[in-house]
Design a protein around this ligand. Structure first.
Ligand SMILES: [Zn+2]
Length: 462
């Protein structure tokens, strides 16, 4: 029997909510620390602070509790004194159809794809399987404090639609696209370019600008996309100028060698995409571990974004990302968990990995010119405002300024005695953030609010 087609039932809208104040230690990043060269200057903290949330899920005030309470005296207060309130975390690279295959042992990228990933992704032909995976995927994302993500969808139109539907249901801000490939991949995952065009058009019409959802053109990576498929991606980008684009770039040395064999006329891996006009401020390239100086220059020139995935790069032995080179050129770099190349959904733990990769680069690989030390403030930037900037969403999310969406997480140190004591003994907020990034995680996240509405509460999951 043919499974029913999934189409969006209603357009998402911001339904009015009861305005409220939330009281706690409010912490957010107000600008790019790598540009300002002044970590402390980009951090705003209200020790006994508050956010006021209006009826449409926007932040209507931020500041010291006494001040915010004075001008909002008639609305109820959620008292989270003793907790740290941070902006919702932003994941700039993650794969929905790898939701359930985390922790696959022992291979580098190309063998890992063949052995574990392609067979798993083929299971998403079943709508039942896709539906079950989508429920787990978005529930886990939110429980880990992530409220926005740029997501590789399934290779199947229906499974990708199912993921969009689940994101909409949970108010999760998903930027996603059906992953496309037309050769060099398991036959179940092959789609002809003409078919990819038709299916993508349908998904764009149903989901791009459906509430907060956005569509991203998603060729898997150069080795599985013929010139005809890349031309389809180009055509879709031209037909939808405000659409997003995402793919992989310079992750692994064997992969790069393969790209050179497949595209002998391209001057570099990046040039394969560049020839089809796929670079730009709405394009996010995952990894960029082995990009040449010329490629980094071209990424910068075109205002393309980079998703740094340190957990994945370590897990699959891909390499140590030359973060400093990218930042010095002014490229916006944000974090991606790259599930299931990465080993966890937690962006706090991704910050931990990012720090370690830079330390290895600096002291073990002896390449300090490629490395940058990541303070607590810098790490919080990478997991929040940088993600919003990478996705051109920084007018709506990324920090807790008045007028932004009320996407925030409540970190409760009491959930972990060791961390509670450690934080108590830590003086500066910069150092406290560093502790949260290195040893924190899901266990500390008491609540997650999206658009001012509760999306996750510890032990009381709605
Ligand atoms: Zn990936």
């Amino acid at each position: 029997m043919k499974e029913p087609r999934v189409t969006p039932s209603t357009r998402a809208c911001s339904s009015p909510v009861q305005p409220f104040l939330v009281r706690g230690t409010i912490v957010h990043i107000i600008s790019n620390p790598f540009v300002e060269q002044n970590d402390e200057g980009v951090l705003e903290t209200f020790e006994d602070g508050a956010l006021a949330i209006d009826a449409f899920g926007y932040i209507s005030a931020i500041g010291p509790y006494q001040e915010v309470a004075k001008t909002n005296s008639a609305i109820p207060v959620i008292d989270r004194s003793g907790c740290i309130i941070l902006p919702g975390l932003v994941d700039c690279h993650i794969h929905f159809p790898q939701a359930l295959m985390i922790g696959a042992y022992g291979e580098q990228l190309l063998d890992w794809l063949q052995r574990y990933t392609f067979p798993e992704e083929a299971k998403f032909k079943s709508q039942e399987y896709a539906r079950a995976a989508a429920a787990i995927f978005f529930k886990e994302e939110i429980a880990q404090g992530t409220t926005t993500a740029l997501i590789f969808g399934a290779h199947f139109e229906q499974a990708t639609a199912i993921a969009f539907e689940e994101a909409r249901k949970r108010r999760f801000r998903a930027l996603m696209g059906m992953t496309v490939s037309d050769h060099n991949i398991l036959s179940d995952l092959v789609m002809a370019p003409e078919q990819a065009y038709v299916a993508s058009k349908q998904l764009i019409s149903n989901w791009h600008h459906n509430g907060k959802l956005r569509y991203a053109i998603t060729p898997r990576f150069a080795p599985t996309c013929s010139p005809a498929m890349l031309a389809v991606c180009q055509q879709l980008m031209q037909e939808h100028p405000d659409i997003y684009f995402q793919t992989h770039l310079n992750e692994n040395r064997e992969e790069i060698k393969w790209v050179h064999e497949l595209f002998p006329r391209a001057s570099s891996y990046l040039d394969v995409y560049d020839r089809y006009g796929l670079l730009g401020p709405r394009s996010v390239f995952a990894h960029s571990v082995h990009s040449s100086d010329e490629e980094i220059d071209r990424l910068a020139e075109t205002f393309s974004r980079v998703a740094h995935c340190p957990s994945s790069n370590s897990f699959m032995g891909s390499g140590l990302m030359p973060l400093k080179k990218h930042l010095m050129k002014g490229i916006i770099v944000a974090l991606g968990t790259d599930i299931a190349g990465g080993t966890g959904y937690s962006l706090l733990q991704e910050m931990n990995q990012a720090y370690k990769v830079q330390m290895l680069q600096m002291f073990s690989a002896q390449q300090p010119h490629l490395a940058v030390k990541l303070s607590g403030i810098r790490l919080l930037y990478l997991g929040t405002l940088a993600g919003a900037q990478a996705l051109s969403l920084d007018e709506e999310i990324g920090n807790l300024h008045k007028g932004k969406r009320a996407d925030f997480i409540v970190i409760d140190p009491h959930q972990d005695t060791l961390i509670e004591v450690r934080l108590k003994n830590t003086e500066s907020m910069n150092d406290k953030l560093f502790v949260l990034a290195t040893v924190g995680g899901k266990q500390l996240i008491r609540e997650v609010f999206i658009d001012g509405q509760i999306a996750h509460a510890k032990d009381i999951d709605p």
